[in-house]
Design a protein around this ligand. Structure first.
Ligand code: PLP
Length: 335
């Protein structure tokens, strides 16, 4: 190498832009091109410009079907028509929806403590539902055992690249909308959403800040990101059931380290206030995980002041009674 030439080693994630664009072509259009709009009514409370990317106005009320559409399309073209996944509730619903339309035999393993609304919808969409007497990470173990014993396809959320590619199509829509925003706030669970969207944003608009948000009560991936090694926790304690994992996946952490600028933790009270603000000022009923972005702004208004922030409103599958309890209590206390 001649003097003065710097060898620049660009580290790459597992994600690839051409494959993400290809994923867009197989996803049912009902899940694509979701609304992206400035929500000025939220801004006095948040102290910054806020845009919402709305991923709840579809048949499964979350973004997860973007990924399951990719997987189900592949399976429909293959000999194996049986598939099993572990789910906190939304992936299972999405896989059930995508599989039903393609004649797949779908089994979902979930915690018996998952929201009833999610479990009911998984069954209603025709999937076989197996409940474990434990949390999401136990459901993961059980799903893997089922796949091994029955010789069927295991879908591992965030590890299977299709789940990340599906979520990444949200990123394409964000950057194709002529990005005038400074920051995107992304709920962080297993990491498919954050690595997918982060990959596209960092490739197409590297100046846009990618911030992941987790509850303080389920901080494993955030701790892992900060320490640059997998950190697990013994338990989780949060109402944000969609992001409550204990055991981060090493490959996903590696990707997240390359595309996220920050990972922050928020309190339960901020999540609840975020849910209430989204109801009051945006007319949106959301599940707790979908309010994480608003919670992050509430907890650090100075950081976001004067900036234009996009938050992905990523799910609205809530048990109505629990929702009323949370949001009613927040309103009562004037939070
Ligand atoms: C509503 C909602 N938000 C956020 C997430 C977290 O996404 P990921 O697991 O891709 O990080 C999930 C995961 O299922 C979810 O259902």
């Amino acid at each position: 190498m001649s003097a003065g030439v710097t060898l620049c080693v660009v580290q790459e994630t597992r994600l690839d832009t051409a494959r993400i664009r290809a994923a867009r072509r197989v996803i049912d259009p009902i899940f694509l091109d979701t609304p992206l709009y400035r929500c000025e009514a939220l801004e006095p409370d948040l102290g910054c410009a806020v845009s919402i990317k709305l991923e709840t106005a579809n048949p499964v009320r979350s973004f997860k079907a973007r990924g399951t559409e990719v997987i189900a399309t592949q399976l429909a073209d293959s000999d194996s028509r049986a598939v099993v996944c572990a789910s906190a509730g939304n992936l299972g619903q999405a896989l059930a929806w995508s599989g039903r339309g393609r004649g797949l035999d779908v089994t979902v393993v979930a915690s018996r403590f998952a929201p009833v609304a999610k479990l009911d919808r998984i069954r209603a969409l025709g999937a076989r539902l197996e409940l474990v007497d434990g949390d999401f990470d136990l459901a993961r173990e059980r799903a893997a055992a089922l796949a091994r014993n029955d010789g069927i396809r295991l879908v591992e959320d965030s590890l299977d690249i299709e789940t990340c590619e599906g979520a990444a199509t949200i990123g394409l829509e964000l950057v194709d909308s002529a990005p005038s925003f400074d920051t995107v706030l992304i709920a962080l669970g297993g990491g498919a959403l954050a690595t997918g969207v982060g990959q596209v944003v960092k490739t197409a608009a590297p100046g846009v800040e990618v911030i992941c948000v987790q509850p303080l009560g389920a901080p494993a991936m955030t701790h892992s990101w900060r320490q640059r090694r997998v950190v697990t926790t013994d338990s989780t304690n949060t109402i944000a059931d969609g992001v409550a994992g204990r055991c981060p996946i090493p490959e996903v952490l590696d990707d997240l380290l390359l595309v996220a600028d920050d990972a922050v933790l928020v309190q339960e009270a901020s999540i609840i206030t975020g849910m209430r603000l989204l109801l009051q000022h945006a007319g949106l009923v959301v599940e707790p995980s979908a309010a994480l972005g608003i919670a992050a702004i509430l907890e650090d208004r100075d950081r976001f002041a004067g900036r234009h922030v996009v938050t992905i409103v990523c799910g609205s599958n809530v048990d109505v009674d629990a929702y009323r309890r949370w949001v009613g209590a927040a309103a009562h206390h004037g939070a």
